[in-house]
Ligand binder design. Sequence first.
Ligand SMILES: [Ca+2]
Ligand SMILES: [Ca+2]
Length: 316
Amino acid sequence: MPMFNEGRVRRLPVQRRWLYGVGLCAAGLVAVLAVWIALRSGGEIKTKVNPKDGAVMVWIPAGDFMMGKDESDLDREIVRYGWDKSEKQFMLDETPKHRVSMDGFWMYQYEVTAFQYRKFCKATGRAAPPDPMWGRQPDKHPAVNVSWKDAKAYADWAGCYLPTEAQWEYAACGGQERVFPWGDEWDRKKCNNAWYHRRTVLTTISQWVWEVLFKQPRQEKVMTTRVGRFHEGVSPFGCEDMAGNVGEWCSDWYDEDYYKSAPARNPKGPSSGADRVCRGGSWYYARGDYCRCSDRDHDYPDYGDSNGGFRCVQGP
Ligand SMILES: [Ca+2]
Ligand SMILES: [Ca+2]
C-alpha cells in the first residue's frame, strides 16, 4: 500500500506559489531592515525637541557607571595605543576610578550649532562671538569662540543647564567601561580630530598655517565639521560628537583631585575653583588620548577659542 496517494496531494497553482515566494522575500527584507535600523540607532533611543532652539535631546537613563581611570588603566591605554609615556602626567587627574550613580536626564544629541547660537544672540542682544580663523562659522557647525559664561547664558536662555562633568562622561561612555564613545579601538575616522584630516600629527606652526588657513578645498581643512557628520562615533545613548569636533564646557569647577573625594551620587564638582571643566577633545587635537571619554580638560570661564563649544542638558 502506498504511504500516501500522490495523485491527491494538493499543489498550489504556479502563479500563487510565485506570489508566496515574493511575499516571503519582502517579509524577510522588512525584518532585515528593521534589525538594521534598530542596530544603527543603538536600540531604543528616546528623543524630544527643545522648542526654544529646536535642539534634539536624547534621554540618558538612570544608572551606575565607573567614572575615571586607575593608573593601571592609563598604563595599559598608553601602551595599547602607542601614546607617549610622558602624557601620563596629564592624565592623572582622571584617577581614581570610582563608582557613580546617576539620575536620568535629557542631553542635547549634538553640540549647540552656530545657527542656534546666533538665534540666541539675536533674541538676547548678547554680542556674537568672533569668527574663527577660517571665516564665518557655517550654520550647521558647532558654535565656537564661546566662553563658559557664554555657554551658561545660552543654557539659561534655552531652559537648560550645562552638563555636570559626571553627566558628560556617563553620556559619552553609555554607562559602560569603554575608552571611546564607540568602543575601545582608536579609529581616527570616527570623530573629528586633526589626525582624521591630516593622517598624522601636526607638529610645526607652518603645518598648522597650511592645514587650517590655506589648504583647499575648504572641506579638507582641519577645522570643525557639521555636527553629526561622524555618526559612526555615536555614543551608546545616541549622543554625537562626544569625541572631537569641539571640546565641551561642563558646569563643574575643575579640581585635579576631585575624584579622590567626590560624592557617589550625581556629583556636581567642587564648590569653587579657578577653571571650569571642558570635555571630549576637538578638531584641533591630533591624538586619540584627548578624545577618550575619561579625558579631563579645563580653562578660565572667560576664555573661548575656535576648538571649544558646548551642549546642554535638562532634568527629568
Ligand atoms: Ca565634542
Ligand atoms: Ca587631560
